[in-house]
Design a protein around this ligand. Structure first.
Ligand code: SAH
Length: 407
Protein backbone atom coordinates (compact mmCIF):
# COMPACT_ATOMS: atom_id res chain seq x y z
CA UNK A 1 0.00 0.00 0.00
CA UNK A 2 1.12 3.52 -0.66
CA UNK A 3 1.27 5.21 2.67
CA UNK A 4 0.47 8.84 2.42
CA UNK A 5 2.66 10.47 5.02
CA UNK A 6 0.20 13.28 5.43
CA UNK A 7 -2.51 10.93 6.52
CA UNK A 8 -4.97 11.94 3.83
CA UNK A 9 -5.87 10.12 0.68
CA UNK A 10 -5.47 12.94 -1.80
CA UNK A 11 -2.21 11.85 -3.29
CA UNK A 12 -3.22 12.62 -6.86
CA UNK A 13 -1.13 15.28 -8.52
CA UNK A 14 -3.88 16.97 -10.43
CA UNK A 15 -4.96 20.09 -8.59
CA UNK A 16 -8.40 21.53 -8.87
CA UNK A 17 -8.21 24.59 -6.69
CA UNK A 18 -5.62 27.15 -5.86
CA UNK A 19 -6.98 28.25 -2.51
CA UNK A 20 -4.75 29.44 0.19
CA UNK A 21 -4.66 27.36 3.31
CA UNK A 22 -3.12 27.98 6.65
CA UNK A 23 -1.82 24.44 6.56
CA UNK A 24 0.85 23.59 4.03
CA UNK A 25 1.04 19.96 4.95
CA UNK A 26 -1.33 18.65 2.33
CA UNK A 27 0.67 19.93 -0.59
CA UNK A 28 0.51 17.61 -3.52
CA UNK A 29 2.56 19.34 -6.18
CA UNK A 30 5.43 21.47 -5.11
CA UNK A 31 4.35 24.55 -7.01
CA UNK A 32 0.67 24.01 -6.48
CA UNK A 33 0.79 23.97 -2.78
CA UNK A 34 -2.80 24.60 -1.98
CA UNK A 35 -4.59 22.16 -4.22
CA UNK A 36 -5.75 19.80 -1.51
CA UNK A 37 -7.41 22.53 0.45
CA UNK A 38 -10.72 20.72 0.57
CA UNK A 39 -9.19 17.75 2.35
CA UNK A 40 -7.38 20.11 4.70
CA UNK A 41 -10.66 21.70 5.54
CA UNK A 42 -12.24 18.34 6.10
CA UNK A 43 -9.38 17.37 8.39
CA UNK A 44 -9.96 20.47 10.47
CA UNK A 45 -13.72 20.08 10.70
CA UNK A 46 -15.54 18.93 13.78
CA UNK A 47 -17.06 15.44 13.64
CA UNK A 48 -19.63 15.35 10.85
CA UNK A 49 -23.30 16.03 11.49
CA UNK A 50 -26.08 14.54 9.44
CA UNK A 51 -27.23 18.00 8.32
CA UNK A 52 -23.99 18.41 6.33
CA UNK A 53 -25.11 15.87 3.79
CA UNK A 54 -28.25 17.90 3.12
CA UNK A 55 -26.48 21.16 2.40
CA UNK A 56 -28.84 23.40 0.42
CA UNK A 57 -27.92 24.94 -2.91
CA UNK A 58 -27.86 28.37 -1.26
CA UNK A 59 -25.46 27.15 1.39
CA UNK A 60 -23.26 25.58 -1.25
CA UNK A 61 -23.25 28.83 -3.23
CA UNK A 62 -22.35 30.80 -0.12
CA UNK A 63 -19.53 28.38 0.60
CA UNK A 64 -18.25 28.79 -2.93
CA UNK A 65 -18.18 32.56 -2.66
CA UNK A 66 -16.21 32.26 0.57
CA UNK A 67 -13.76 30.11 -1.29
CA UNK A 68 -13.40 32.76 -3.97
CA UNK A 69 -12.62 35.27 -1.26
CA UNK A 70 -9.95 32.95 0.06
CA UNK A 71 -8.53 32.64 -3.38
CA UNK A 72 -8.31 36.41 -3.76
CA UNK A 73 -6.60 36.68 -0.39
CA UNK A 74 -3.69 34.64 -1.61
CA UNK A 75 -2.95 37.14 -4.33
CA UNK A 76 -2.45 40.39 -2.47
CA UNK A 77 -0.37 41.89 -5.24
CA UNK A 78 -2.53 40.98 -8.17
CA UNK A 79 -6.26 40.73 -8.02
CA UNK A 80 -6.53 39.72 -11.67
CA UNK A 81 -8.61 36.61 -12.20
CA UNK A 82 -7.17 35.99 -15.65
CA UNK A 83 -4.11 34.06 -14.57
CA UNK A 84 -2.05 31.60 -16.53
CA UNK A 85 -0.52 28.49 -14.99
CA UNK A 86 2.83 30.32 -15.08
CA UNK A 87 1.35 32.95 -12.76
CA UNK A 88 0.09 30.26 -10.43
CA UNK A 89 3.52 28.69 -10.45
CA UNK A 90 5.21 31.80 -9.11
CA UNK A 91 2.28 32.70 -6.85
CA UNK A 92 2.52 29.39 -5.07
CA UNK A 93 6.08 30.22 -4.05
CA UNK A 94 4.98 33.59 -2.62
CA UNK A 95 3.44 32.00 0.45
CA UNK A 96 5.70 30.94 3.32
CA UNK A 97 3.97 27.56 3.65
CA UNK A 98 5.74 25.97 0.70
CA UNK A 99 9.09 27.30 1.95
CA UNK A 100 8.35 25.98 5.42
CA UNK A 101 7.81 22.53 3.96
CA UNK A 102 11.03 22.68 1.95
CA UNK A 103 13.09 24.01 4.87
CA UNK A 104 11.68 21.32 7.15
CA UNK A 105 12.71 18.65 4.66
CA UNK A 106 15.87 17.92 6.61
CA UNK A 107 17.30 15.49 4.06
CA UNK A 108 17.13 18.23 1.45
CA UNK A 109 18.21 21.26 3.45
CA UNK A 110 20.85 19.56 5.60
CA UNK A 111 22.50 18.08 2.54
CA UNK A 112 22.88 21.54 1.00
CA UNK A 113 24.11 22.88 4.35
CA UNK A 114 26.69 20.10 4.65
CA UNK A 115 27.84 20.56 1.08
CA UNK A 116 28.46 24.25 1.76
CA UNK A 117 29.79 24.20 5.34
CA UNK A 118 32.00 21.17 4.86
CA UNK A 119 33.49 22.42 1.60
CA UNK A 120 34.30 26.02 2.47
CA UNK A 121 37.31 25.85 0.14
CA UNK A 122 34.87 25.87 -2.78
CA UNK A 123 33.19 29.09 -1.65
CA UNK A 124 36.02 31.14 -0.19
CA UNK A 125 36.17 34.49 -2.05
CA UNK A 126 33.89 33.20 -4.81
CA UNK A 127 30.98 34.92 -6.54
CA UNK A 128 27.90 32.73 -6.13
CA UNK A 129 24.57 32.82 -7.95
CA UNK A 130 21.59 31.31 -6.11
CA UNK A 131 19.00 30.43 -8.76
CA UNK A 132 15.53 30.57 -7.20
CA UNK A 133 16.56 31.71 -3.74
CA UNK A 134 13.19 31.45 -1.98
CA UNK A 135 13.80 32.53 1.63
CA UNK A 136 17.49 32.93 0.80
CA UNK A 137 18.58 29.93 2.85
CA UNK A 138 21.20 28.67 0.39
CA UNK A 139 22.59 32.19 -0.06
CA UNK A 140 22.91 32.52 3.72
CA UNK A 141 24.79 29.20 3.91
CA UNK A 142 27.15 30.38 1.15
CA UNK A 143 27.71 33.79 2.75
CA UNK A 144 28.48 32.13 6.06
CA UNK A 145 30.91 29.78 4.33
CA UNK A 146 32.97 32.73 3.10
CA UNK A 147 31.64 33.57 -0.36
CA UNK A 148 32.81 36.97 -1.58
CA UNK A 149 29.37 37.88 -2.89
CA UNK A 150 26.09 36.04 -3.43
CA UNK A 151 23.42 37.08 -5.93
CA UNK A 152 20.09 35.62 -4.89
CA UNK A 153 17.51 35.67 -7.67
CA UNK A 154 13.90 35.00 -6.71
CA UNK A 155 10.87 35.86 -8.78
CA UNK A 156 8.05 35.32 -6.28
CA UNK A 157 6.98 37.76 -3.57
CA UNK A 158 9.19 35.74 -1.22
CA UNK A 159 12.07 37.84 -2.59
CA UNK A 160 10.93 40.68 -0.29
CA UNK A 161 11.15 38.37 2.72
CA UNK A 162 14.57 37.11 1.57
CA UNK A 163 15.72 40.72 1.47
CA UNK A 164 14.51 41.26 5.04
CA UNK A 165 16.02 37.97 6.23
CA UNK A 166 19.40 38.86 4.72
CA UNK A 167 19.31 42.21 6.52
CA UNK A 168 18.13 40.75 9.83
CA UNK A 169 21.06 38.33 9.79
CA UNK A 170 23.66 40.97 8.96
CA UNK A 171 24.54 39.78 5.46
CA UNK A 172 23.39 42.81 3.44
CA UNK A 173 26.93 43.55 2.33
CA UNK A 174 27.47 40.00 1.02
CA UNK A 175 24.09 38.97 -0.39
CA UNK A 176 22.22 40.93 -3.05
CA UNK A 177 18.62 39.80 -3.51
CA UNK A 178 17.34 40.38 -7.02
CA UNK A 179 13.60 40.13 -7.48
CA UNK A 180 12.61 38.86 -10.90
CA UNK A 181 12.87 35.94 -13.29
CA UNK A 182 16.33 34.59 -13.95
CA UNK A 183 15.54 34.82 -17.64
CA UNK A 184 14.80 38.56 -17.40
CA UNK A 185 17.15 39.84 -14.73
CA UNK A 186 20.17 42.10 -15.23
CA UNK A 187 22.94 40.62 -13.10
CA UNK A 188 25.29 43.35 -11.79
CA UNK A 189 28.34 41.19 -12.66
CA UNK A 190 29.24 39.59 -16.01
CA UNK A 191 30.22 36.22 -14.52
CA UNK A 192 29.86 34.02 -11.46
CA UNK A 193 32.08 31.22 -10.12
CA UNK A 194 29.37 29.00 -8.64
CA UNK A 195 25.72 28.40 -9.40
CA UNK A 196 23.72 26.81 -6.62
CA UNK A 197 20.06 25.89 -6.89
CA UNK A 198 17.41 23.61 -5.52
CA UNK A 199 15.46 23.19 -8.72
CA UNK A 200 14.23 19.59 -8.47
CA UNK A 201 10.52 18.92 -8.86
CA UNK A 202 8.44 15.79 -8.47
CA UNK A 203 9.72 13.06 -10.78
CA UNK A 204 12.85 15.25 -10.85
CA UNK A 205 11.74 17.13 -13.93
CA UNK A 206 8.27 18.36 -13.09
CA UNK A 207 8.25 22.19 -12.89
CA UNK A 208 11.03 22.34 -15.49
CA UNK A 209 13.13 24.63 -13.34
CA UNK A 210 16.19 22.78 -14.59
CA UNK A 211 15.90 24.84 -17.77
CA UNK A 212 16.30 28.01 -15.70
CA UNK A 213 19.50 26.65 -14.11
CA UNK A 214 20.91 25.71 -17.52
CA UNK A 215 20.00 29.15 -18.84
CA UNK A 216 21.88 30.81 -15.93
CA UNK A 217 24.84 28.45 -16.39
CA UNK A 218 25.20 29.25 -20.08
CA UNK A 219 24.82 32.99 -19.52
CA UNK A 220 26.92 33.70 -16.43
CA UNK A 221 29.08 30.80 -15.26
CA UNK A 222 32.86 31.13 -15.77
CA UNK A 223 34.32 28.39 -17.94
CA UNK A 224 35.76 26.43 -15.00
CA UNK A 225 32.84 27.28 -12.72
CA UNK A 226 30.77 24.75 -10.78
CA UNK A 227 27.07 23.94 -10.59
CA UNK A 228 25.64 22.58 -7.34
CA UNK A 229 24.29 19.94 -7.47
CA UNK A 230 26.08 18.72 -10.59
CA UNK A 231 24.53 15.29 -11.01
CA UNK A 232 20.94 14.05 -11.02
CA UNK A 233 19.70 10.54 -11.76
CA UNK A 234 16.24 9.11 -12.34
CA UNK A 235 15.49 5.54 -11.22
CA UNK A 236 12.73 3.02 -11.72
CA UNK A 237 11.46 0.03 -9.76
CA UNK A 238 8.25 -2.05 -9.57
CA UNK A 239 5.90 -2.53 -6.64
CA UNK A 240 3.03 -4.60 -5.34
CA UNK A 241 0.27 -2.11 -4.57
CA UNK A 242 -3.10 -3.88 -4.75
CA UNK A 243 -4.74 -2.06 -1.86
CA UNK A 244 -3.99 1.44 -3.04
CA UNK A 245 -4.67 0.69 -6.70
CA UNK A 246 -8.02 -0.66 -5.62
CA UNK A 247 -8.71 2.51 -3.63
CA UNK A 248 -7.50 5.07 -6.18
CA UNK A 249 -8.12 3.42 -9.55
CA UNK A 250 -10.63 0.54 -9.39
CA UNK A 251 -12.88 2.64 -7.13
CA UNK A 252 -14.30 4.30 -10.25
CA UNK A 253 -15.65 1.03 -11.65
CA UNK A 254 -18.46 0.93 -9.14
CA UNK A 255 -19.43 4.09 -7.31
CA UNK A 256 -22.57 3.58 -5.26
CA UNK A 257 -23.62 1.06 -7.91
CA UNK A 258 -22.76 3.26 -10.93
CA UNK A 259 -20.10 2.70 -13.56
CA UNK A 260 -17.71 5.66 -13.61
CA UNK A 261 -14.95 3.89 -15.53
CA UNK A 262 -14.37 6.93 -17.75
CA UNK A 263 -12.83 8.62 -14.69
CA UNK A 264 -10.78 5.49 -14.00
CA UNK A 265 -9.16 6.04 -17.39
CA UNK A 266 -8.15 9.56 -16.35
CA UNK A 267 -6.92 8.48 -12.93
CA UNK A 268 -4.71 5.85 -14.60
CA UNK A 269 -3.02 8.58 -16.61
CA UNK A 270 -2.05 10.65 -13.59
CA UNK A 271 1.12 9.61 -11.83
CA UNK A 272 0.56 9.58 -8.10
CA UNK A 273 3.05 11.40 -5.89
CA UNK A 274 3.16 9.41 -2.70
CA UNK A 275 5.35 7.52 -0.28
CA UNK A 276 6.00 3.88 -1.09
CA UNK A 277 6.91 1.38 1.60
CA UNK A 278 10.15 -0.40 0.74
CA UNK A 279 8.49 -3.75 1.49
CA UNK A 280 6.33 -3.23 -1.59
CA UNK A 281 9.35 -3.36 -3.89
CA UNK A 282 9.31 -6.50 -6.05
CA UNK A 283 12.21 -5.98 -8.46
CA UNK A 284 15.65 -4.41 -8.58
CA UNK A 285 15.95 -0.63 -8.92
CA UNK A 286 17.18 0.43 -12.31
CA UNK A 287 18.97 3.61 -13.33
CA UNK A 288 16.94 5.24 -16.10
CA UNK A 289 18.79 8.44 -16.81
CA UNK A 290 21.83 10.30 -15.53
CA UNK A 291 22.21 14.03 -16.03
CA UNK A 292 25.41 15.99 -15.72
CA UNK A 293 24.09 19.44 -14.84
CA UNK A 294 27.42 21.09 -15.69
CA UNK A 295 27.39 19.81 -19.26
CA UNK A 296 23.90 18.79 -20.36
CA UNK A 297 21.64 20.79 -22.69
CA UNK A 298 17.98 21.44 -21.98
CA UNK A 299 17.12 18.95 -24.75
CA UNK A 300 18.69 16.18 -22.65
CA UNK A 301 15.80 16.47 -20.21
CA UNK A 302 13.58 14.82 -22.85
CA UNK A 303 14.63 11.25 -23.51
CA UNK A 304 13.75 7.61 -24.08
CA UNK A 305 15.47 5.15 -21.75
CA UNK A 306 15.32 1.34 -21.71
CA UNK A 307 14.80 -0.62 -18.50
CA UNK A 308 14.90 -4.20 -17.27
CA UNK A 309 13.33 -4.88 -13.89
CA UNK A 310 14.17 -8.32 -12.53
CA UNK A 311 11.84 -9.83 -9.92
CA UNK A 312 13.50 -10.52 -6.59
CA UNK A 313 10.57 -12.67 -5.40
CA UNK A 314 7.32 -14.20 -6.64
CA UNK A 315 4.69 -11.47 -6.44
CA UNK A 316 2.22 -9.24 -8.26
CA UNK A 317 3.24 -5.94 -9.83
CA UNK A 318 0.66 -3.15 -9.90
CA UNK A 319 2.81 -0.14 -10.59
CA UNK A 320 6.21 1.17 -11.53
CA UNK A 321 7.78 3.72 -9.23
CA UNK A 322 10.15 6.49 -10.25
CA UNK A 323 12.41 8.49 -7.96
CA UNK A 324 15.57 10.54 -8.22
CA UNK A 325 18.93 11.05 -6.54
CA UNK A 326 21.12 14.17 -6.67
CA UNK A 327 24.84 14.38 -6.05
CA UNK A 328 27.44 17.06 -5.43
CA UNK A 329 30.47 15.36 -6.91
CA UNK A 330 32.90 18.28 -6.51
CA UNK A 331 32.77 18.03 -2.73
CA UNK A 332 35.72 16.85 -0.70
CA UNK A 333 33.62 13.80 0.16
CA UNK A 334 30.95 12.86 -2.37
CA UNK A 335 27.64 14.14 -0.99
CA UNK A 336 24.04 13.80 -2.09
CA UNK A 337 20.67 12.33 -1.28
CA UNK A 338 18.15 9.88 -2.65
CA UNK A 339 14.39 10.23 -2.78
CA UNK A 340 13.99 6.48 -3.23
CA UNK A 341 11.69 4.25 -1.15
CA UNK A 342 14.66 2.74 0.67
CA UNK A 343 15.88 6.15 1.84
CA UNK A 344 14.59 8.57 4.44
CA UNK A 345 11.43 10.31 3.24
CA UNK A 346 11.64 13.66 1.56
CA UNK A 347 8.88 16.03 0.49
CA UNK A 348 9.34 14.75 -3.08
CA UNK A 349 8.11 11.28 -2.01
CA UNK A 350 8.06 8.92 -5.04
CA UNK A 351 6.09 8.95 -8.28
CA UNK A 352 3.81 5.94 -8.83
CA UNK A 353 2.69 4.93 -12.33
CA UNK A 354 -0.10 2.36 -12.19
CA UNK A 355 -0.15 -0.41 -14.79
CA UNK A 356 -3.33 -1.34 -16.62
CA UNK A 357 -2.67 -5.05 -15.99
CA UNK A 358 -1.72 -6.77 -12.77
CA UNK A 359 1.50 -8.59 -13.61
CA UNK A 360 2.11 -11.96 -11.98
CA UNK A 361 5.85 -12.36 -11.87
CA UNK A 362 8.12 -15.13 -10.64
CA UNK A 363 11.54 -14.60 -9.11
CA UNK A 364 14.16 -14.07 -11.83
CA UNK A 365 11.63 -13.09 -14.51
CA UNK A 366 11.76 -9.53 -15.78
CA UNK A 367 9.69 -6.65 -17.07
CA UNK A 368 11.48 -4.94 -19.95
CA UNK A 369 10.55 -1.76 -21.73
CA UNK A 370 11.27 1.87 -22.37
CA UNK A 371 10.20 5.10 -20.73
CA UNK A 372 9.91 8.26 -22.81
CA UNK A 373 9.85 11.55 -20.93
CA UNK A 374 9.01 14.78 -22.76
CA UNK A 375 8.02 18.30 -21.84
CA UNK A 376 4.42 19.03 -22.65
CA UNK A 377 4.26 21.24 -25.74
CA UNK A 378 1.55 23.56 -24.41
CA UNK A 379 2.94 23.93 -20.91
CA UNK A 380 6.64 23.03 -20.65
CA UNK A 381 6.34 22.77 -16.84
CA UNK A 382 4.18 19.68 -17.37
CA UNK A 383 5.54 16.29 -18.34
CA UNK A 384 4.30 13.60 -20.70
CA UNK A 385 5.46 10.05 -20.05
CA UNK A 386 5.10 7.06 -22.38
CA UNK A 387 5.72 3.67 -20.84
CA UNK A 388 6.22 0.58 -23.01
CA UNK A 389 6.58 -2.66 -21.12
CA UNK A 390 6.35 -6.38 -21.57
CA UNK A 391 6.60 -9.46 -19.43
CA UNK A 392 7.10 -12.90 -20.91
CA UNK A 393 6.70 -15.08 -17.86
CA UNK A 394 5.41 -18.47 -16.82
CA UNK A 395 2.25 -17.01 -15.31
CA UNK A 396 1.85 -13.84 -17.32
CA UNK A 397 2.35 -12.63 -20.88
CA UNK A 398 1.75 -8.94 -21.33
CA UNK A 399 2.91 -6.26 -23.72
CA UNK A 400 1.48 -2.78 -23.51
CA UNK A 401 2.00 0.97 -24.01
CA UNK A 402 0.60 3.47 -21.52
CA UNK A 403 0.57 7.25 -21.50
CA UNK A 404 0.81 9.40 -18.38
CA UNK A 405 0.57 13.13 -17.91
CA UNK A 406 1.97 15.04 -14.94
CA UNK A 407 -0.12 18.20 -14.68
N1 SAH B 1 16.42 27.95 -2.74
C1 SAH B 1 15.26 27.88 -1.89
C2 SAH B 1 13.96 27.75 -2.68
C3 SAH B 1 13.89 26.53 -3.61
S1 SAH B 1 12.32 26.36 -4.42
C4 SAH B 1 15.43 26.75 -0.91
O1 SAH B 1 16.28 25.89 -1.13
O2 SAH B 1 14.70 26.67 0.08
C5 SAH B 1 12.62 27.11 -5.97
C6 SAH B 1 12.47 28.64 -5.97
O3 SAH B 1 12.84 29.09 -7.26
C7 SAH B 1 11.05 29.15 -5.73
O4 SAH B 1 11.05 30.09 -4.69
C8 SAH B 1 10.63 29.78 -7.05
O5 SAH B 1 9.81 30.93 -6.90
C9 SAH B 1 11.99 30.15 -7.66
N2 SAH B 1 12.01 30.19 -9.13
C10 SAH B 1 11.56 29.24 -9.98
N3 SAH B 1 11.77 29.59 -11.25
C11 SAH B 1 12.38 30.81 -11.21
C12 SAH B 1 12.84 31.70 -12.22
N4 SAH B 1 12.72 31.40 -13.51
N5 SAH B 1 13.41 32.87 -11.84
C13 SAH B 1 13.53 33.17 -10.51
N6 SAH B 1 13.12 32.37 -9.51
C14 SAH B 1 12.55 31.19 -9.86
Amino acid sequence: MCINTKGNTSGSINPRYYFISSSSSSKTLKWRLFNTHSSTMTDAMPPSKFEDADETIEEAAAATSNMEEDSAMCEPHDSSTDKTSADYYFDSYSHFGIHEEMLKDVVRTKTYQNVIYKNKFLFKDKIVLDVGAGTGILSLFCAKAGAKHVYAIECSQMADMAQEIVKANGFSNVITVLKGKVEEIDLPVPQVDIIISEWMGYFLLYENMLNTVLYARDKWLVSDGIVLPDNATLHLTAIEDSEYKEDKIEFWKNVYGFDMSCIRKQSMMEPLVDTVDQNQIVTNCQLLKSMNISKMTSGDASFTAPFKLVAERDDYIHALVAYFDVAFTVCHKMTGFSTGPRSKNTHWKQTVLYLEDVLTICQGEFVVGTMTVTQNKKNPRDIDITLKYSLNGRRCNVSRTQEYKMR
